[in-house]
Structures are given as structure tokens and as C-alpha cells.
Design a protein around this ligand. Structure first.
Ligand code: AMP
Length: 371
């Protein structure tokens, strides 16, 4: 039986491990945290991602290696790559773990992205604000997720405060894009360069964290633009596996916000909403199997459970609901599970969202968007 070694052991690794089972694949994760939630589904080696002894063990026991996070030390990838094939490519991971490289690549490939400046000291920050304008958003180049490591600068005189708050000399300043809404696209490329694209997903973030998604999001023009961009990236990276790209929508145009060289929260709906989910297709791609269909078979709303589960005894009575509990200890701001509502008719999305409004009081749910 083929075994896939996964760097990281969070919920994405857990969902990959679950999908691996019907495909006849085994999995093995590496994660320092003793309570890494992938252990609910698979074996986890508990060690830091740069522990060469643990990396050797992972490589020896696996046939193929992959990642559930872009935040893998490049030295780890270099240590592993002579031992076993690792997908996606080092180039993709190195680029996606650094917001500056991501933005520079977009420029190089003529992909629209917000105006940006690299900042490593306070004077550069002040200068950057004169270039990108205000409001602006300052982000750490690395290790930012779910809105962490980000500060909005409304006026140039807020720069001192932002600099102090981030306390980091590796920053990027971006123009604050007055976007209409946010979408993402997930796509997959196999080892022979065959590509498949999932439908566009509409994403609702609050405080930098994804709250809920609607998929497929019917916007053919935006879909075509996103597909052209994602295609370029897959090809540039010689990508193998699932790639996620997040966009801002301004009018009828998409602008790249960021990319993730892995399965992605905004693709969780695909478990119930497609023939081959993002997890299955990622595994098929990296293990050299043909890709499955990415077409949506239902209309879907995915809600993240952040910090705590809402009233499950009521929610679980709703029809067409698929519940996923990652088995993580609840903590404020932590993604501990999600639900997907899968309906067969687009007109059912609006009443579904209306019903859900009451169950997710902290979220700004907008049923009117899907009328
Ligand atoms: P990120 O971690 O970069 O995806 O940022 C998290 C969220 O912050 C995004 O999904 C947006 O809602 C918001 N955001 C980030 N960058 C910008 C930007 N340049 N302009 C406007 N909003 C942004």
C-alpha cells in the first residue's frame, strides 16, 4: 500500500488522511504538537519540522511527500527532496510562504495584484505609504494567517503605531483594495501537466478569518479570468497537486490577494459538492493517478466553526447538512470544525442562508447575495 507523508498535522492533514482511506492510500504526518488533530485519523510523528532524524523517518516510511502548510522551512524541503518525491514544487512553496515573492511573481507574470512595497525599517514604511497610498495594510512577509500579522493603516500618521504593533523588519505594505467581494479558485495539476479547475467560490471573511463560503459562485467572466491566472501559476511552478488562489473582486475584474500551495479551507465544500474533492484530487495528483471531476454536483454553503461550535443540537436537525468536527480543543479564533449544506437547486441557497443567520449570530450572513 502506498503511503503519503504529510508535513503538518492540522485539520487539512486530517481531511487528507480521511480522503486517503477509500483511495487505498496510507498516510503519516509530522507535527510537533502532541494534540495535532490529524492524529484522530492517522499516525503522527511528533517532532519539529526541521528535525532531521524525524524527517528521515518520515521519508523512509513514505512513498511520496506533501505539505498541509506553506510554512515549511526550505532547508527541510532540501533535506527531503533527495530522499523521496515532494509535491508541490519547492518553487511553489517558497513563493507562497513569502508575500513579497508572491507579489513579485504576480508582477512578473502580469497578474493583477494590489500595489505593494517591501519594508524593512520604519523610514521605508513611511516612504511606502506615499507610494501605495492610504488606507494601506501592513503585513508580515511570512507566517501570517487568518489575519494574524496584519495592521491596517488608515492615515500616514498611524505608521508609528503599526510599526510598533508588528515589531518585525520583514514587512510588506499593500494598498487597501476597495473590493466588492472575495472569491477563490482551487485547481489541480497532475504529474503529466493535466489541469482541472474547481468552480469559483465566494468567501466571506471577518477580522481576516474565513467565516463562510458559497460554491459554486456563478460569475462566468470572473471564472475565466481566475482560470487564466491560475493556469499561469500552475504552469510556472510545474505544479503537482492542489493550488488555491484568493482574489479580490473589483467590478468585473479579479485581483490576486494570495495563494496557498495546498488544499484550502475555501475548498471544503468540495467534499460533498463534487465527484472528486480537493483532498481526493490532491492525493490522486501526487500519487500519479488520473484526476477526478472538479465539476460541482450540488450548490453548497460551508460555515466554519471558529472558537466554538454553534448550537449543534439544533443545527444537526437541518436537512442536507454535513458536519465535520476536527476534534480540536476549542480556543478563541481557532478553526475547530465546519458544516456544509448541500442543496440540489440554486434557489434553495437563499432560504438556507436565511435559516443559518440565526445559528451564527456572530457572522454577518448575507442571504441577499444569492438571490
Ligand atoms: P490575507 O491573510 O492576506 O488573505 O488577509 C486576510 C483578509 O484581510 C483578506 O481576506 C481581506 O479580507 C483582508 N485584506 C487583506 N489584504 C487586503 C488588501 N490589500 N486590501 C483589502 N483587504 C485586504
Amino acid at each position: 500500500m502506498m503511503r503519503v507523508g504529510i508535513l503538518g498535522g492540522g485539520q487539512l492533514a486530517q481531511l487528507l488522511a480521511l480522503s486517503a482511506k477509500p483511495l487505498g492510500l496510507q498516510t503519516l504526518c509530522l507535527d510537533l504538537a502532541l494534540d495535532a488533530c490529524a492524529r484522530n485519523q492517522t499516525e503522527v510523528i511528533h517532532a519539529p519540522l526541521d528535525d532531521t532524524h524525524a524527517l528521515t523517518q518520515l521519508a523512509e516510511r513514505s512513498d511520496i511527500l506533501t505539505v498541509e502548510t506553506e510554512n515549511i522551512p526550505l532547508a527541510t524541503l532540501d533535506f527531503l527532496s533527495p530522499l523521496k518525491p515532494i509535491y508541490p514544487s519547492r518553487l511553489a512553496i517558497a513563493t507562497a510562504q513569502d508575500r513579497l515573492l508572491e507579489k513579485q511573481l504576480c508582477q512578473e507574470l502580469h497578474i493583477p495584484t494590489p500595489r505593494f512595497c517591501n519594508v524593512s525599517h520604519f523610514d521605508e514604511l513611511k516612504h511606502a505609504l506615499t507610494i501605495v497610498g492610504t488606507p494601506a495594510i501592513v503585513k508580515t512577509r511570512r507566517f501570517g494567517y487568518d489575519g494574524k500579522g496584519q495592521v491596517v493603516i488608515k492615515h500616514a500618521h498611524d505608521a508609528t503605531q503599526a510599526w510598533a504593533a508588528l515589531n518585525n523588519d520583514s514587512l510588506i505594505v499593500e494598498q487597501m483594495v476597495p473590493f466588492d467581494y472575495e472569491v477563490s479558485m482551487l485547481a489541480v495539476q497532475d504529474r503529466h501537466g493535466h489541469q482541472q479547475f474547481y468552480p469559483l467560490v465566494r468567501n466571506y471573511h471577518e477580522a481576516g478569518i474565513l467565516r463562510y463560503s458559497i460554491a459554486p459562485w456563478n460569475a462566468p467572466r470572473l471564472f475565466e479570468q481566475a482560470k487564466t491566472i491560475v493556469k499561469k501559476l500552475l504552469t510556472h511552478f510545474s505544479y503537482v497537486g492542489v493550488l488555491a488562489v484568493e482574489f479580490f473582486v473589483v467590478g468585473q475584474e479579479v485581483i490576486v490577494n494570495e495563494m496557498a500551495p495546498r488544499v484550502h479551507n475555501s475548498g471544503h465544500w468540495s467534499i460533498e459538492g463534487t465527484t472528486a474533492s480537493q483532498f481526493e484530487n490532491h492525493l490522486r495528483a501526487i500519487t500519479g493517478q488520473p484526476l477526478g471531476s472538479t465539476a460541482a454536483t450540488t450548490y453548497n454553503v460551508m460555515f466554519n466553526h471558529i472558537g466554538e461550535h454553534p448550537n449543534l443540537s439544533k443545527i444537526l436537525h437541518l436537512p442536507n447538512i454535513y458536519y465535520h468536527d476536527y476534534g480540536k480543543k476549542p480556543r478563541p479564533g481557532r478553526k475547530i470544525g465546519h458544516v456544509t449544506f448541500s442543496v440540489s437547486d440554486r434557489t434553495m441557497l437563499h432560504p438556507t442562508l436565511e435559516k443559518l443567520q440565526g445559528f451564527y449570530p456572530e457572522y454577518t450572513v448575507r442571504p441577499a447575495d444569492v438571490v
